[in-house]
Ligand binder design. Structure first.
Ligand code: SF4
Length: 343
């Protein structure tokens, strides 16, 4: 048993990034080889392409887009569960490739979409929530139980549930347990992948309010993966819109919600007032359906669905440019010069 207690400060990282940036993606791509059988030709799926973004301490960055846009692959890379094919991810200035998965887990923790499948049905809440402490050999049984009780109070679950099983809880209570398990290691960053989409609408607001309160109390940083723009509007500081693996618009939430620039973001916001927020992004305003990621359109991948498409859009992929502090990939806006693009 380690002599380390749960109150011991975390081992220091020795990053060189500015202290405000806790997480950074630099030109990150991830590809997969996809093929059915021994004799069928394998194809390359470009799940994430050249994504660069910075997450500052205490910030909520929402990554939005339709199913298949690459947001979950990006989340897995931020958690160290997948390696980028190229580019790099930095946690407090440290390349993720230089730190172990255990070190990453002390700073970055996940909250997944489905609390039904992410909790072991044969374990009690005490066992589920204290497992990360056990894995990291932190504390003894007594101190771990005390920490579990503290965390249960933090996520507003009664202490008497400590010996209950997930099957005895409601969906909202299970998601609170998943959040408790993520917080038990005192991480700085939570990567939340659609954390409310499996819950009843009536419960979603409670979980969102809890995440907001925890962020304020613990100065947490969130990367929030969501297709639900109502949720994003409620929680995010910064919005990153993804389409077929690319970051196509990225900037402050107020600016993007008030004055979206990219035609895809405009279409997403047009479909925002969906009658059922648990449904995926509806097709209205987007015309043709989401393209096959294994056979993406040429040029700007959004061109078959774009209301503002021009001749060049199917031939030339737009470079990232910046307009009024918003990063964009669209030919409607001045494209960067070669020197700017190379920066
Ligand atoms: Fe539409 Fe062309 Fe802009 Fe793509 S580059 S979003 S097709 S206008």
């Amino acid at each position: 048993m380690s002599t380390e207690t749960i109150h011991k400060p975390r081992a220091a990282f020795h990053g060189t990034a500015d202290s405000e940036t806790v997480l950074e993606c630099r030109d990150v791509s991830r590809t997969f080889l996809v093929g059915k059988g021994l004799f069928s030709e394998k194809k390359t799926l470009k799940a994430v392409q050249n994504v660069s973004l910075k997450v500052r301490r205490g910030e909520v960055v929402a990554v939005v887009g339709e199913s298949g846009c690459g947001k979950t692959t990006l989340a897995k890379m931020l958690l160290g569960l997948l390696q980028p094919s190229s580019g790099n991810i930095f946690i407090e200035g440290n390349p993720i490739t230089d730190v172990t998965i255990r070190q990453i887990a002390r700073r970055v923790q996940p909250v997944f979409q489905d609390p039904y499948s992410s909790l072991n049905p044969r374990k009690t809440l005490e066992s589920i929530i204290s497992l990360p402490l056990k894995v990291h050999d932190i504390g003894d049984r007594e101190s771990r139980q005390k920490r579990v009780e503290e965390i249960l109070a933090m996520v507003e679950l009664p202490k008497r549930l400590i010996h209950s099983y997930p099957s005895q809880l409601s969906g909202g209570q299970r998601q609170r347990v998943a959040i408790a398990r993520a917080l038990v290691m005192k991480p700085e960053i939570l990567v939340c992948d659609e954390p409310t989409s499996a819950l009843d609408v009536s419960v979603q607001a409670h979980i969102l309010n809890l995440l907001q309160d925890l962020r304020d109390e613990l100065n947490l940083t969130y990367v929030f993966i969501s297709h639900n723009l109502a949720v994003v509007e409620h929680l995010a500081d910064t919005v990153a819109v993804m389409y077929l693996g690319r970051l196509i618009e990225y900037g402050p939430k107020e600016d993007i919600f008030r004055n979206p620039k990219h035609p895809y973001t405009k279409a997403l916001l047009d479909s925002f007032l969906t009658p059922d927020p648990t449904k995926d992004v509806p097709e209205i305003a987007l015309g043709r359906g989401f393209p096959n990621p294994l056979d993406p359109p040429t040029g700007c991948a959004f061109h078959p669905r774009c209301a503002s498409v021009m001749d060049m859009c199917s031939k030339v992929r737009p470079e990232q440019t910046e307009v009024d502090g918003i990063k964009l990939e669209c030919h409607l806006y001045p494209q960067p010069s070669k020197a700017q693009a190379a920066e």
